[in-house]
Design a protein around this ligand. Structure first.
Ligand code: TNX
Length: 533
């Protein structure tokens, strides 16, 4: 059942027709507002220029679009900054930041900033946004308006596709500010190159947060200069006992840079006080001397690090000065290489501390995170502690998350039965777990974050995130099989207004994306709920 949907002989050119009219678009997530105009389409030609008008980083977005098109076509697409007298019409794609632009259909405070307006006419495509991020998300839309053949490597196409876009206007902005994907690189390690491939997938669907679960019982994946054994010992294995791995600070910086170029912010997570066995294996004094539960039958100890998949049994010792020196050093070092404002402390599934010990631990870590200039994010259990204004809780299992809402804090919505992409699609799915249920495509798509639990409201929700826990996920191919098409479905849950989307609309639009995934070498599950094109 996990047979990858392989591309039919890529050497056979398959027609990839341009879109006939704008309202026949197949864009995911569905844009807020699409208007068809009369007239001729915009046709990319040997003369087409990309002109940017705004901050220097727009050049990067221009080059990003040009690179995609140059790969599959003979187009040159020079990218230049706007100067007085430079063409703003005449086969030009103009990318422009205008802080007074009104691309405001969303309600969240940042929705205006991430929105864009795309105007397509025969001679010019004008993409205008209030911020460079908005321009980037507009480019993601433009990419999907182009025939899917543009995703090919040139060698795979005998004939270049006709690259054209029908006339009209799209005004769009996101429903939620936080549109996240989480990769668990602790249970199974993913290389920098694999993480980059994942970031490319996120960029196709307008995600803006990459949450990296960097430490758990089975592995510590980020170098900490002041505690070198964390990676030397804690990074040396993974679930099942293979050799694991870790990111150097330069690796991490490279991931941050690659993500930032796609307007995706990295959110690092060090899970504590529980899920901490890899750190304790490296520095046994970090644990209390409590008897080790009899769990090793389910996974061997390799280099001292647990390789099974039981949860809840490990904890940093809350009362030792050493623990707090450790927490402070780890938060300080990671905060200093993380440009984004968030630090995720985990905080989930601690079965070996009592309520008071747990709440005190979270409050103390929260103060340390704040001292190092970051905002704390934690799994829903952190709602049991007294939260600072602005700290964020991530709902995954229960109404415990509402304890955070009652304190006036916002939630990231990651309910297991809808968003846990490590769950199997059906009983026949080979990879994956099933404790939160089977999640077929429609189950991932067809829900409203604002009404998921009584006691929630639109304002209480910062956004939506899809975690991929990797106990059973050994490589990127398996990860993609679980992610696609559910990750695009959750992109639409996070971006598109509830009233603007429907399962029927989504299943029709997503059907055409399979051709892109094949050309991009992305493995996916061909859900029977979709009539794949
Ligand atoms: C629960 S979700 C966990 C993870 C597991 C996951 C498997 C959460 C905060 N904790 O430790 O990997 O289930 O689905």
């Amino acid at each position: 059942a996990q047979a990858p949907a392989q591309s039919p002989a890529v050497s056979q050119p398959v027609p990839s027709p341009p879109l006939a009219t704008l309202d026949a678009h197949r864009v995911v997530p569905v844009p807020a507002n699409v208007t068809v105009a009369a007239g001729e389409p915009f046709v990319f030609s040997a003369n087409t220029k990309l002109v940017t008008d705004g901050p220097a980083e727009l050049t990067r977005t221009g080059e990003y679009l040009a690179r995609i098109l140059r790969k599959s076509t003979a187009l040159r697409l020079p990218v230049s900054g706007f100067k007085r007298g430079s063409p703003s019409a005449g086969n030009v794609v103009l990318l422009r930041v205008d802080t007074s632009a009104v691309a405001s259909v969303g309600t969240a405070p940042t929705a205006r900033d991430e929105g864009y307006t795309l105007d397509i006419a025969a001679d010019t495509i004008r993409l205008v946004a209030r911020t460079p991020a908005g321009v980037f998300f507009g480019v993601a839309t433009l990419r999907q308006l182009l025939p899917w053949g543009i995703e090919a490597e040139q060698s795979a196409l005998r004939l270049a596709p006709t690259v054209s876009v029908p006339p009209g206007r799209i005004v769009d902005s996101p429903r939620f500010a936080w549109r996240g994907s989480m990769l668990d690189v602790a249970r199974h390690f993913f290389t920098v190159d694999e993480v980059k491939q994942h970031i490319d997938l996120m960029a196709l669907y307008k995600f803006n947060r990459l949450h990296l679960h960097l430490a758990d019982d089975q592995g510590w994946r980020i170098a900490i200069a002041s505690w070198p054994k964390l990676t030397q010992v804690g990074g040396s294995s993974e679930v099942g006992g293979a050799s694991g791995g870790f990111y150097t600070k330069a690796d991490y910086a490279e991931i941050v840079r690659y993500a930032a170029a796609r307007h995706i912010m990295v959110v690092p997570e060090i899970d504590m006080p529980g899920h901490s066995n890899a750190a304790i294996a490296a520095y046994p004094q970090l644990g209390c001397s409590r008897p080790t539960p009899n769990i090793y039958g389910e996974g061997t100890q390799s280099a001292g690090v647990y390789t099974g998949i039981r949860v809840g049994w490990s904890a940093l010792c809350p009362d030792k000065a050493l623990t707090w020196r450790f927490v402070n050093d780890v938060v300080r070092e990671i905060a200093s290489i993380t440009p984004g404002p968030y630090f995720h402390i985990g905080g989930d599934e601690v079965e070996v501390l009592n309520h008071t010990q747990y709440a005190r631990f979270v409050e103390r870590v929260q103060a340390i995170v704040h001292k190092h200039g970051k905002t704390m994010v934690g799994w829903e259990e952190v709602g049991k502690a007294t939260l600072r204004q602005g700290s964020i809780a991530q709902l995954w299992r229960s109404d415990t998350a509402l304890l955070a809402v009652k304190q006036g804090n916002q939630l990231i919505m990651s309910p297991g039965p809808r968003t846990y992409l490590d769950m199997k699609y059906t009983p026949a799915t080979e990879v994956g777990l099933r404790w939160a249920g089977y999640i077929e495509l429609r189950t991932a798509y067809d829900w409203d974050p604002a009404t998921y639990s009584a006691g929630l409201s639109e304002q209480a929700i910062l956004g939506v995130e899809a975690p991929l826990w990797s106990e059973t996920v050994r490589n990127l191919n398996s990860a993609q099989y679980l992610l696609v098409p559910r990750l695009p479905a959750l992109a639409e849950v996070a971006w598109s207004a509830q009233a603007a989307r429907s399962w029927e609309g989504f299943r029709t639009r997503i059907a055409t994306h399979a051709a892109r995934w094949r050309l991009l070498g992305i493995n996916f599950y061909a859900s029977p709920q979709v009539e794949w094109a």
